[in-house]
Design a binder for this molecule. Structure first.
Ligand code: PEP
Ligand code: MG
Length: 537
């Protein structure tokens, strides 16, 4: 059987389907029969342990071996038992409560390895709850010696961040939208993915061998030998193509007729910064700093942020690094900020709006950024700007931060260029005024597309309507470049459109000074630019 979807990336991957357990929350149920609940818990531990032992024999067994150890962790096991006895609750609820408590404790610890174990605790607790609820085990069929391809309905960015390339070879979403942050993260992590595959892909296919062709947007279930041979051929061709790209690693980014185009990389983690550097990116054109704020119980303190920003600047060895301040909100939510629930979060307290509501948040980040500025060539960029007033307020906050640092005798660079994202139509339309207040523009076409076309980038149902080449968007791009250049500031583009090779020539002709693309796309775009002939002969 063949199903169709929207591919992210150009890879082909093979593996066995594994359906991600949707969140299985249980409610608090009381009981007087504590002996029975203790026995049920014991039984669930045994079943779960058996599942994990099977999984531990697979390709990525170490993680499951470690999860099995958690079943013997005294704090966890005694915690569940005590909750059953003292709170008189059923075993499912006791497991959920204890798992969440322990996961929180782990996440709050300094050690990154222990922090990461918090996801494992939740995973083990989820398996135990499944066992207690009599849900069929998904473990034995999913993993053997072939890699896993995860299937889910949809995925939030925080969930993507929990994935590890070492453990899975691909992701399939029944819904999802290729412009979503989850898609951008998957691309950045080099994980092939297929979105909008639809409801036909039910969990009865658990454990089925599949081939995912991201380039063609196809999912082949239980492929026959002939197809597997074809896939092998395609994979060989793709490997050759990757080899030809190697030649571009050390090259400068030049058109055929010798025009240099700035080629930068987008990143959201230290790994991606390293990948950008290794691919010869001229700098980091967008570091999505909010990724440091996701998947944790509290915002990173100034010191922790400072260390990360310093590390990025040092890794890039004097090349430009554009760090975008926190863009939380919409699909990137964090519980610790205790934000009110919004009907339309993409139109709500997001990005710079949120930061101006909570100035301490942006102040802390700016302090960390300016402190790091002496270790490289930092640029600061604000997301989701809509007005001149916001910019004036931000400039005041910057001034306060610098005065504070000076008063404390802390060194910082006074030459940090400050720019903004142009990703809301209002900003593009007043880009002449904004250009007077900043040192550079960077166009975010992902949000510019969403807000210009009034089409939610998260919504898979409308993905077919989203036209990133719409003339309205091209007009806004042109207007932004012209206004930026009139004011003498450089204009770059860091939305996904910058990595769309069918658009490279148009973007360069429009006059963009720099393109900033996912770290893994740098070589492909450099090769594309090398084929362009811009000037008439
Ligand atoms: C954009 O909107 O184009 C952009 C680069 O920012 P993000 O995708 O992080 O919203
Ligand atoms: Mg954006």
């Amino acid at each position: 059987m063949v199903l169709r979807g929207a591919g992210i990336g150009e890879d082909i991957c093979k593996g066995k389907l594994h359906f991600l357990r949707e969140e299985n929350r249980v409610s608090r149920e009381l009981t007087d029969d504590k002996e029975k609940e203790l026995a049920r818990f014991e039984q669930a531990c045994e079943e779960t342990d058996e599942q994990l032992q099977v999984l531990a024999e697979g390709a990525d067994g170490a993680i499951f071996e470690m999860q099995a150890l958690l079943l013997m962790d005294e704090r966890f096991v005694q915690g569940v038992r005590k909750t059953i006895v003292t709170d008189k609750v059923k075993a499912e609820y006791a497991v959920q409560l204890t798992g969440e408590r322990l996961a929180k404790e782990f996440a709050a610890l300094e050690d990154a390895y222990i922090q990461a174990r918090s996801a494992d605790i939740l995973d083990v607790a989820g398996r135990l709850i499944d066992a207690l609820c009599g849900k069929k085990s998904d473990a034995t069929s999913a993993v053997g010696d072939v890699p896993m391809i995860l299937v889910a309905e949809d995925m939030l960015p925080s969930r993507v961040l929990e994935l590890s390339k070492a453990q899975i070879t691909g992701v399939i979403l029944r819904k999802g939208n290729a412009l979503s942050h989850a898609a951008i993260l998957l691309k950045g992590m080099g994980i092939p993915a297929l979105f909008q595959v639809g409801d036909e892909l039910t969990d009865t296919y658990e454990g089925t061998e599949v081939v995912v062709d991201c380039m063609e947007g196809m999912l082949f279930l239980a492929p026959d030998k002939e197809l597997l041979n074809e896939v092998q051929k395609k994979q060989d061709i793709a490997a050759k193509r990757r080899q030809t790209l190697e030649a571009f690693r050390e090259k400068k980014t030049m058109t055929k007729d010798g025009k240099h185009i700035g080629l930068y990389a987008n990143a959201g983690s230290i790994e991606q910064v390293k990948e950008a550097r290794d691919n010869g990116a001229e700098g980091i054109g967008l570091f999505r700093s909010e990724q440091l704020f996701l998947e944790r119980d509290s915002a990173p303190e100034e010191e922790e942020q400072f260390r990360v920003y310093r590390q990025i600047l040092e890794l890039m060895e004097g090349k430009d690094v554009v760090i975008r301040t926190l863009d939380i909100g919409a699909d990137k939510q964090v519980n610790y900020l205790e934000l009110p629930k919004e009907e339309n979060p993409a139109l709500g307290l997001r990005g710079i709006r949120l930061c101006l509501e909570k100035p301490q948040l942006v102040k802390k980040q700016l302090r960390a950024l300016y402190r790091a500025s002496v270790f490289g060539k930092l640029h600061i960029m604000y997301p989701m700007i809509t007005s001149v007033e916001e910019m004036i307020r931000l400039r005041e906050i910057e001034k306060e931060v610098k005065e504070e640092l000076s008063a404390r005798g802390i060194p910082f660079s006074n030459k940090v260029p400050v720019g903004i994202m142009i990703e809301i139509p209002a900003a593009a339309l007043i880009s002449d005024e904004l250009a007077e207040l900043v040192d550079f523009f960077s166009v975010g076409t992902n949000d510019l597309t969403q807000y210009t076309l009034a089409m939610d980038r998260q919504n898979g149902e409308i993905a077919d309507y989203v036209n990133p080449y719409h003339r309205a968007i091209l007009k806004l791009l042109q207007m932004t470049v012209e206004n930026g250049h009139k004011a003498g500031i450089p204009v770059s583009i860091c939305g996904e459109l910058a990595a769309d090779r069918t658009m490279t020539e148009t973007l360069v002709q429009l006059g963009f000074d720099k393109l900033s693309v996912p770290a893994g796309e740098v070589l492909r775009i450099r090769k594309k630019i090398s084929t362009l002939h811009l000037f008439e002969e």
